[in-house]
Ligand binder design. Structure first.
Ligand code: DX5
Ligand code: ZN
Length: 214
């Protein structure tokens, strides 16, 4: 299991310390939530924070854009060190163009689906994708309750991926802990995002390792 701890739940007064902790952990990826206050009802952070994170780790930076018009910022995210760039299906009118612009910039391309968006809508682009991010909460905030129907949605996505011979990785984001993580693993998830479960635990390094070996 790939573990992608979300820095949204870190202590921003001690971001260097927290990123170094993630760097020393078993986490293969680091999840970075960018929110614009328009696509989602919250504002998180942007390039200066990404820059600081990149300076303290060479792990894969898994950037989740919860913003309108992501096309305008693709090259900047590449410049600031993103490895995987995930855009929301619901924020992209010309999704095919956006996916290819991300790949041409040299990053891996992901698409995130809100809880109400069916996986079938990815049928025409699934072969082009490196990653699909299933949101198991409504995006915008850490610490929300897992939506149980997300498990079935993962199974549907796993079927679509195998039907279309796609190499896309299935990642899930929102309300992930050891219990929901196990259900998701059994449904075919390959990468788990976890924010409050990791940073709210007594020993985040140990929690990351437990998720990895779930
Ligand atoms: C929510 C973000 C998540 C968030 C997850 O909109 O996309 O990545 O950090 O937080 P938890 O793991 O606490 O649900
Ligand atoms: Zn996220």
């Amino acid at each position: 299991m790939i573990v992608s701890p979300s820095v949204l739940s870190c202590d921003f007064g001690n971001i260097e310390r927290d990123v170094k902790m993630l760097h020393s952990s078993d986490a293969q990826w680091i999840h970075i939530d960018v929110m614009d206050g328009v696509f989602v009802p919250n504002i998180s952070f942007g390039f200066p924070v990404l820059d600081v994170i990149r300076k303290h780790t060479n792990k894969v930076l898994d950037v989740h854009l919860m913003i309108q018009n992501p096309d305008n910022y693709i090259l900047d995210f590449k410049k600031y060190g993103a490895d995987i760039l995930t855009v929301h299906y619901e924020a992209c009118t010309h999704l095919h163009r956006t996916i290819h612009a991300i790949k041409e910039s040299g990053m891996q391309a992901g698409v995130a689906l809100n809880p109400h968006t069916p996986v079938q809508l990815l049928e025409e682009v699934i072969s082009d994708l490196d990653l699909v991010l299933i949101m198991s909460v409504n995006p915008g905030f850490g610490g929300q309750k897992f939506i149980p129907s997300s498990v079935q949605k993962v199974s549907k996505l796993a079927n679509l991926i195998s039907q279309k011979n796609s190499k896309a990785i299935i990642e899930v984001d929102g309300g992930v802990n050891l219990e929901t993580g196990l259900l998701l693993k059994n449904a075919g998830v390959q990468a788990l995002v976890a924010g409050s479960f990791v940073f709210g635990s007594e020993n985040p390094v140990e929690t990351i390792s437990q998720l990895k070996h779930i």
